[in-house]
Write a protein that binds this ligand. Structure first.
Ligand code: KG4
Ligand code: ZN
Length: 359
């Protein structure tokens, strides 16, 4: 690593069921990003915390070997170590956090404990593919994080995020995953549901939930319940509601495809409605969208349409950095370091519900 590319940041992410490591240089270039997704949870249809922690321990040696091999760097060249401290599953977080602290201690380098949401929030500014520097983080933007654990909207001013709204019940990804589970789709069901919805016709639209006249908060549990009841009704009327495995994915009966299209349209419609309302009240110039659900085809399309209509700039996270990854954790630490924020003490611990994002 030449010194002009310093500091070299090693990121570690183990907040849920993905074991991830990444190396990001001082310009925000992703030198390598490795994500190992745990398949051990498949048979349970959801993440089992105890299994996740053990799998992280098992997976890390292969993840780190791939990291050094792909980047051509060596541990001694690392200038900063960063790991996710929360929010997430505590046992899972502790694996990556202790690993990061141990490495930083052994190498004599500063350690940054990163908030998982902070990682997602700035991930739209990472460049897709290796070799390109990250975009400068704009002075002000609205940040939407949509994932399996979060649906949150932030006003980010000079890199100090202020929460504007969040889900009052299920996260958007969680809603998709629970419907997917009912249809027998592999976990997480979100990506499959997105593909199946492409083949259906939204037909009769499902209502878009509101959370009071003024609130920008989100709510997806009503939509989930409505979908599960409709699946039960279809099943009772003789429709086969289990998704069928095909050579290259899954298929479902036409009424199920139509229902999924309607669910996806209502879910995306809710996000678009909140953003449009916020823009009417407080016009913003830039929207950055991140998190696993930011990979959703309809969401990307509809946000593009809204951005063109309202005239704001749109930064959609690159697909490779939408789901949980460690490049976003290294990048968030790099941003902290650039702002002169002090590294964290080795006494820092993991928290399932992280406090409000620090400025
Ligand atoms: O960011 P992420 O990897 O983990 C959390 O922090 O939660 O997000 C995972 C979530 C899962 O709920 C998954 O079903 C969802 O993102 N997801 C999608 C799509 N791809 C991933 N949901 C809808 N459409 C997709 N294309
Ligand atoms: Zn996440």
């Amino acid at each position: 690593m030449t010194r002009e590319n310093a500091p070299l940041v090693l990121g570690i992410e183990t907040s849920c069921d993905d074991t991830a490591g990444a190396l990001v240089d001082g310009a925000g270039r992703v030198l390598a990003s490795v994500v190992s997704s745990q398949v051990a949870h498949q048979r349970y249809g959801g993440v089992v915390p105890e299994i996740a922690s053990r799998e992280h321990l098992r997976n890390w040696p292969a993840v780190s070997a791939a990291l050094w091999r792909r980047s051509g760097a060596s541990p001694r060249e690392v200038d900063i170590v960063a790991a996710t401290a929360g929010p997430g599953l505590v046992g899972a977080l502790l694996v990556g956090l202790q690993l990061g602290k141990g490495l930083a201690y052994a190498l004599g380098r500063p350690f940054f404990a990163v908030n998982h949401l902070e990682g997602h929030l700035y991930s739209p500014f990472l460049h897709a593919g290796a070799g390109s520097a990250a975009l400068a983080v704009p002075g002000r933007f609205v940040g939407l994080v949509v994932s399996g654990g979060h649906t949150s909207l932030f006003d980010v001013d000079r890199e100090a995020p202020r929460l504007l709204a969040q889900t009052r019940d299920d996260a958007l990804g969680e809603c998709f995953d629970k419907i997917g589970k009912r249809l027998g789709l592999p976990f997480p069901g979100g990506p499959w549901l997105d593909l199946l919805a492409e083949r259906g016709a939204a037909g009769a639209a499902l209502a878009i939930a509101r959370c009071g006249d003024d609130s920008l908060d989100f709510s997806f549990s009503g939509l989930k319940t409505q979908a599960l009841l409709e699946i039960a009704r279809l099943g009772a009327s003789g429709v086969s509601v289990e998704a069928a495995a095909t050579r290259d994915g899954y298929d479902a009966a036409p009424p199920v495809l139509d229902l999924l299209a309607a669910v996806r349209a209502a879910a995306v419609g809710q996000i678009v409605e909140r953003l449009a309302r916020h823009h009417t009240r407080e016009p913003f110039a830039r929207l950055a969208v991140s998190g696993g659900v930011a990979a959703n085809r309809l969401l990307r399309q509809e946000l593009g349409r809204l951005a063109a209509e309202r005239g704001f700039a749109l930064d959609l996270v690159a697909l490779e950095y939408a789901g949980d990854n460690a490049a976003m954790i290294a990048h968030a630490a790099l941003l902290r370091w650039r702002r002169g924020i002090a590294a964290d003490p080795f006494s820092v611990s993991a928290a399932s519900r992280a406090a409000a994002l620090r400025p």
